[in-house]
Write a protein that binds this ligand. Structure first.
Ligand code: C5J
Length: 234
């Protein structure tokens, strides 16, 4: 029997969250984006702006883990030989350091290097899916779609960084693949607060042309007030 959907207050209208079919997808909470000396800093960004997402992502992880629901983490990352990094990506612009160059946390965005790791505060637990992605979107050149299908997932609750780049790209990819995707506003951050705000508006505009956006407190309250068929919290 399908569990009863949980209505989550959201924009542009309530998100009917389906227990058992909803994965939490946490995008690129990597040291290379959030800590000084990484890829984000090499592009001239104030990386401290992304710290605001850490505690909300921790809350989301706790909600999903308490229910045994699927959690997916992504890392924007490349093979050590950079064979999966198009020159157009590596050579664009005039950053202080390029992808693959050595920085204080190792080679930027290269798998296995310290900077490529997910922050310890939001690190994957054993058994959680970790997707290494060479692009901005989490579906491009990865097995994410197949992995979600195998788990019976039809809905995504999305968090992580940065809102207008990898988060929004992933939500658009998810939308095109038939997933319903909800962005949790406090659990995402950008180096450009105005871009974060604009991305959320783009997602929910036109009747949810890309998906939904919700406040974390509203999602948490909706989950706490729902009771599954077994009498347990949804
Ligand atoms: C960027 C990302 N901003 N994870 N990557 O290059 O958003």
């Amino acid at each position: 029997m399908n569990p009863i959907p949980i209505p989550v207050p959201a924009r542009p209208f309530a998100f009917e969250l389906q227990p058992g079919a909803v994965a939490l997808v946490v995008i690129d909470m990597q040291r290379d984006f959030i800590e000084p000396g990484g890829f984000g800093a090499s592009l001239g960004n104030d990386v401290s702006l992304l710290e605001a997402a850490i505690a909300p992502v921790q809350r989301l992880l706790a909600l999903w883990r308490a229910r045994g629901w699927p959690v997916v983490h992504t890392r924007e990352s490349h093979a050590p030989d950079l064979s999966d990094c198009p020159p157009a990506k590596r050579l664009r612009g005039t950053p202080a350091l390029r992808i693959g160059d050595a920085g204080p946390m190792g080679r930027l965005l290269v798998r296995g290097e310290p900077g490529c790791d997910i922050l310890p505060a939001v690190a994957p637990w054993p058994g959680e899916l970790v997707i290494d992605k060479p692009g901005k979107g989490a579906f491009h050149a990865t097995a994410l779609g197949e992995e979600l299908f195998a788990r019976g997932v039809t809905q995504l609750v999305v968090a992580g960084v940065t809102t207008e780049v990898c988060v929004q790209t992933t939500m658009r990819e998810a939308n095109d693949r038939g997933f319903d995707a909800l962005l949790v506003e406090e659990a995402t951050a950008s180096y450009f607060p105005a871009f974060k705000a604009a991305s959320i508006e783009m997602i929910v505009a036109q009747g949810g042309i890309v998906g939904w956006a919700a406040r974390l407190d509203d999602l948490q309250a909706a989950l706490a007030s729902s009771v599954g068929p077994s009498g347990q919290e949804g």
